[in-house]
Ligand binder design. Structure first.
Ligand code: PMP
Length: 309
């Protein structure tokens, strides 16, 4: 199946979208990106893009931090994305990656007096973590980068070296995912996911001030828990040891969906089985992203003009 990109203001085959080896962003991590999922609903023969405009609102905020200016509004970015996804014609889950970057081919660490570029591509993308069984996590020896260093609320490419160090350490030690603590020892997030604990039937998750990316899946889960299950979420700093005393734990992210965690650093989470509340939220979440729940259909942008349903 031919793959396409939107690059330098036009659509083209992915194989033709190339950047030069001197590109600033490649050397200094000076780019912002998003990860957007299009979820294939086989019954309706439709692909739904989840919370598209929210991703672009976050991208434009990230760009403000890095002084990147792209010549598109949120609405225009959404239109380009739907066009690209439709052009590719996939009939499976795909991932869309927009990236806004310092495009000057120039040596010199800075943000000012540089050109900005933007591209977008789509690629097939299945499960990132196994959502059917519980993930085994470790508390990373790497600490989460602080807002005073590279602000994690902005999705900046350079920041992901921190995530990559933690993820590979976890993988090489036989775990599925890493949980990073802040420099003062509070729970922050996974390498590419937000984290929730279930404590006494309520949800607890770190606040945006604990160096997390404020996730769109996190927001979705907070809303679904409240509106569909009557479960409230407290956003507060979480001590390291609460990871070992919580009843349930799960990770959320565009790639990871809602992934239950059943083990953290060789300790069982709760009973060691996938938790009940985690499963209820995962079921609700999958229905919502597949466009099966009418109440949340406004979050789902259809890619193809005709639907079977
Ligand atoms: N934290 C980090 C570090 C991430 O990379 C991601 C994935 N974008 C998330 C959290 C989850 O964010 P979202 O739910 O918006 O995908």
């Amino acid at each position: 199946m031919p793959q396409y990109a939107f690059f330098n203001g036009k659509f083209m085959p992915l194989s033709e979208a190339k950047i030069g080896i001197m590109t600033h962003a490649l050397h200094y991590g000076t780019a912002c990106f998003e990860g957007i999922r299009c979820n294939w609903n086989a019954e309706q023969e439709q692909m739904y893009i989840f919370r598209l405009s929210d991703h672009y609102q976050r991208l434009l905020k990230s760009c403000r931090v890095l002084k990147i200016e792209i010549p598109y509004s949120v609405d225009e970015l959404c239109q380009l994305t739907v066009e690209l996804a439709a052009m590719c014609g996939y009939r499976e889950d795909i991932y869309i990656r927009p990236l806004a970057y310092k495009s000057s081919e120039e040596v010199g660490v800075r943000l000012h007096n540089l050109d900005d570029g933007f591209f977008l591509f789509a690629t097939p993308f299945g499960a990132y973590l196994d959502v059917t069984k519980g993930a085994r996590c470790c508390v990373s020896s790497w600490r989460r980068v602080d807002d005073t260093m590279i602000p994690p609320r902005a999705k900046i490419t350079g920041l992901y070296v921190n995530s990559a160090l933690a993820k590979t350490e976890a993988f090489e030690n036989g775990f599925d995912e890493a949980i990073l603590l802040t420099h003062d020892g509070h729970v922050s997030e996974g390498s590419g996911e937000n984290i929730f604990l279930v404590i006494d039937g309520q949800l607890v998750t770190p606040p945006s001030s604990d160096n997390i990316l404020v996730g769109i899946t996190r927001d979705t889960v907070i809303m679904l828990a409240q509106q569909e299950l009557g479960i409230e979420t407290t956003e507060r700093s979480i001590d390291h040891s609460e990871l070992y005393t919580a009843d349930e734990c799960f990770l959320t992210g565009t790639a990871a969906h809602v992934t239950p965690v059943t083990e953290i650093s060789y300790r069982k989470v709760g009973t060691g089985q996938v938790g009940e509340i985690s499963m209820m939220l995962q079921d609700l979440y999958f229905d919502v992203i597949l466009g099966k729940n009418q109440k949340y259909l406004h979050w789902c942008t259809p890619t193809y003009k005709q639907t079977k349903a």
